[in-house]
Design a protein around this ligand. Structure first.
Ligand code: SF4
Length: 222
């Protein structure tokens, strides 16, 4: 059998998730090919799937990704009925480089020249101050050590309280911005990334919500 040498439009790559945006993709945003509502932020340190190691790992840097459909990561620009990309002529760099039979091109740019929120939001945007405040108060640099400590054989009660406080603070800052700027869920996911209570997963961690209050329970995973 001949080795595969061209795209067979199976859609697997688009169904597995949209691309990360690079500096070369900035004109696509500026031209309005996609809007901020079509994007989701993966903040530095957020546990994210690395397709080249096949593992969920803390993101080495902030990245902007084309959003998925609802709870699925399938790219919002993938038309499943037609097995086609609806922005094909203007698809981002990673999509142009991706050849599932030879991933060398995309591996060469992985993690390089990635766009961040601050490349897309101007200094005049009133949300910039909210993003910075949220990033300062609710970073993964604060959250990940707490998760690690909870996973240790002797987790301290204080770690659980601190993690609960951090997740609560994350929600409060989002709610303030949502109410002040009437943000949609899609806009929230661009401006603030996924909430900590969703992105920080562990088999032993149970998150219970009552309104906008969070309660955490830690069980020893079997
Ligand atoms: S932008 Fe187009 S080519 Fe790229 S993942 Fe989405 S649907 Fe596929």
């Amino acid at each position: 059998m001949q080795p595969q040498q061209r795209c067979q439009r199976c859609g697997t790559c688009c169904k597995n998730g949209g691309p990360i945006l690079h500096r070369e993709d900035l004109p696509l945003v500026q031209k309005g090919i996609f809007s901020l509502q079509n994007l989701v932020t993966i903040r530095k340190g957020e546990p994210a799937f690395n397709p080249f190691t096949g593992k969920v790992e803390p993101a080495a840097q902030e990245m902007i990704k084309i959003a998925g459909k609802g709870a699925s990561w399938e790219c919002i620009f993938y038309d499943a009925a037609q097995s086609a990309c609806i922005i094909h002529a203007n698809r981002p760099l990673e999509c142009r480089l991706l050849q599932c039979w030879d991933t060398g091109g995309i591996e060469a740019i992985y993690g390089r020249d990635c766009l961040s929120r601050f490349d897309l939001v101007t200094g005049q945007d009133p949300l910039t101050a909210h993003i910075r405040k949220h990033q300062q108060q609710c970073s993964y640099a604060k959250a990940l050590p707490l998760m690690e400590h909870l996973s240790s054989p002797t987790p301290a009660k204080v770690s659980m309280e601190e993690l609960t406080g951090l997740m609560q603070q994350d929600l409060q800052l989002r709610e303030q911005a949502i109410s002040a700027f009437r943000l949609s869920l899609q806009q929230e996911l661009f401006y603030f990334g996924r909430p900590l209570f969703q992105s920080l997963q562990h088999p032993g961690l149970r998150v219970k919500m009552a309104g906008s209050s969070i309660r955490l329970e830690w069980t020893n995973p079997v």
